[in-house]
Design a protein around this ligand. Structure first.
Ligand code: GLP
Length: 260
């Protein structure tokens, strides 16, 4: 059996990063990552419950709960009397996000047959920093909504997105208005549809808070993005900063030979 499975001691970085998740979720996540990395191929048996419990330093009940969760999600299959097997062709699908098209999170997920969620983590109205107001083309004193949401697909956390939106431009807005809805659809309904955007990407490691929210180990690779979007009149409508799980997202770019 592969030796990669880390014990989930309370002091281990992965346990600390997932401190807010129940233990069986941590175990499920660890096994899922192993399947994603191809350590267990479709059709392969997972180690026996007792062995997993020893390796991971958790109880057999916890391992059983974790496996039940993976089975529910179709990642593994339990065969009575012979063990648990990685489901054929059921390895976690990575999300391919084309960088050349301006799409919303909801559209991206719908295109994959997944339902998108957006749980509001915080919602505030206030003054942007000097840099933020410059990017959004606001004059000093103008207010912004600052919306931070946990984005999920089929119930699984994939990203944390923070959006800054001009309060004057949008009119009244509350946390309920942006809970589990498409922000882009809302912008469109208020005459502020984004049609062009500029996005920057960089790699970062998950800090404690992001690791807990996204259900990944502390220090896991994330893709941090900043995206400024404009409407058809060239007015900036959203400044968004997001952290996407590096183990679930591929950002894809189309490159063409330069005409000149
Ligand atoms: C993408 C963009 C975000 C934008 C979001 C809107 O993820 N990177 O800047 O806020 O889409 O998605 P939705 O319309 O699903 O809320």
């Amino acid at each position: 059996m592969p030796t990669f499975l880390p014990r989930l001691e309370a002091s281990s970085p992965s346990a600390a990063g997932l401190a807010s998740s129940p233990r069986y979720v941590q175990v499920a996540r660890t096994l899922e990552s192993a399947i994603e990395r191809g350590e267990y191929q479709p059709g392969n048996a997972l180690p026996a419950e007792r062995e997993l419990a020893t390796r991971l330093g958790v109880s057999r009940v916890t391992v059983r709960q974790a496996i039940a969760q993976l089975a529910e999600r179709g990642l593994v299959q339990r065969r009575h009397g012979s063990g648990t097997f990685v489901a054929p062709g059921q390895q976690t699908q990575r999300i391919q996000h084309p960088l050349s098209r301006l799409t919303s999170f909801t559209e991206d997920m719908q295109a994959r047959g997944l339902s998108a969620g957006g749980r509001v983590l915080s919602f505030a109205v206030g003054h942007p920093s000097a840099q933020e107001s410059m990017k959004l083309g606001l004059s000093p004193g103008q207010l912004v909504y600052r919306v931070r949401r946990l984005r999920t697909a089929g119930g699984e956390a994939l990203a944390v997105e923070e959006s800054l939106l001009s309060a004057g431009r949008l009119g009244p807005l509350s946390a309920e208005d942006v809970q589990d809805v498409s922000l882009y659809a809302l912008l469109q309904s208020r005459g502020a549809e984004p049609v062009r955007a500029l996005r920057q990407l960089r790699a970062v490691n998950a800090d404690d808070e992001l690791a807990g929210l996204l259900g990944v180990p502390l220090g896991a690779a994330l893709l941090a993005t900043e995206r400024l979007a404009w409407d058809a009149a060239g007015q900036a409508v959203e400044l968004a900063r997001a952290h996407y799980r590096g183990d679930r997202y591929d950002f894809v770019m189309e490159l063409r030979e330069s005409a000149t």
